[in-house]
Write a protein that binds this ligand. Structure first.
Ligand SMILES: [Mg+2]
Length: 327
């Protein structure tokens, strides 16, 4: 059987600003049928064609035209399979991968702020629940980027702070900023330089910063498992997202590739509803950081799945498959 295909526009409560630009709404493609549901997001950065994605999902012929098409169909099939077998999506992960059995702290991300006073209050408020906070940098003003980190550190002295530049710094910017941020005790810095520079750019950065103490993570530079080996010795970890890997098993393969080389894993997401976020959350026990808050920016999240306890830790739904249901 073929699922129903629906294109959905998700509206954000406030625009989300990162180095690539700002978004106030995002599109997702959603599949429903036989009691199973799945979703995959469109991200401006990939420039994927919405129309051919929908056509392919309806007709299902030839190679998938987009990551979103491939991922949505994969997750729908896995939800169906999981429900029939009475097993959660996480049962798809091979048992040989080292798994975290304790509670998993969730992470809240902050878009590049426009007002530092309001930002300080927001960070303070968020840190009452969440132990891990991610700051988006790459504002175009290095001094302001530095202020963002200083303000957040003061507002949340005990929080684990992650920084994500989304490739917003030049090589010279990164060489200047990374040592400057060492004083703030950051957990990691994600994608300080643009992925366009390839592996050579990472090599140059490492050459310029031979003794940097902050772990560097690749996001845009690492799209899939096969990209991991080339980054060895250049980064301490990679950001794994379902959409980048095009399927749940693709994301598992990327985690396996990272672990087999001793690299850290940051599980990431896009702006998407609880359907996509919960699918990704099934991988959280195998990650070092779970940055899965894309659904919390939505004006209306019409599904429910993973939630957070009073300490910001993930609570997975007790249901087979993805485990999500309409609100
Ligand atoms: Mg990132």
């Amino acid at each position: 059987m073929k699922p129903e295909v629906e294109l959905k526009t998700l509206t954000l409560t406030t625009p989300f600003r990162i180095a690539h630009g700002a978004s106030s709404s995002r599109q997702v493609v959603r599949l429903c049928g036989a009691g199973a549901v799945a979703e995959a997001p469109f991200v401006p950065y990939y420039d994927e064609d919405v129309e051919s994605t929908v056509t392919w999902l309806k007709a299902g012929q030839g190679p998938a035209p987009s990551r979103a098409a491939e991922l949505a169909l994969d997750l729908w099939r896995l939800d169906l399979e999981g429900q029939r077998a009475g097993l959660p999506l996480s049962a798809q992960v091979p048992s040989l991968l080292p798994k975290r059995l304790s509670l998993i702290p969730g992470c809240r991300s902050f878009s590049i702020p426009t007002n530092l006073e309001a930002f300080a209050l927001l960070v303070q408020e968020t840190a009452r629940q969440f132990q891990v906070l991610k700051l988006k940098l790459g504002s175009g003003d290095l001094a302001y980027d530095g202020q963002i980190v200083a303000v957040a550190r003061q507002a949340a002295p005990k929080a684990k702070l992650l920084v994500d530049v989304n490739g917003g710094w030049s090589m010279a910017d990164a060489a200047k900023m990374i040592p400057r941020l060492e004083v703030f005790g950051l957990e990691l810095i994600e994608q300080p330089i643009h992925h366009d520079g390839g592996i050579l750019a990472w090599q140059e950065l490492r050459f310029m910063l031979p003794r940097i103490a902050i772990p560097l993570y690749a996001d845009e530079s690492a799209q899939k498992a096969a990209d991991v080996p080339a980054l060895l010795g250049l980064v301490e970890g990679v950001n794994v997202k379902l959409l980048k890997c095009r399927s749940f098993s693709g994301a598992v393969a990327m985690i396996q590739a990272a672990r087999s080389h001793g690299l850290g894993v940051l599980l990431g997401c896009m702006i998407e509803s609880s359907i996509g976020i919960t699918a990704a959350a099934h991988l959280a026990p195998w990650a070092d950081y779970a940055d899965l808050d894309g659904h919390l920016y939505l004006a209306e999240d019409d599904y429910q799945g993973v939630t957070f306890d009073p300490n910001g830790c993930l609570i997975m739904p007790d249901a087979p498959g993805l485990g999500v249901r309409p609100r």
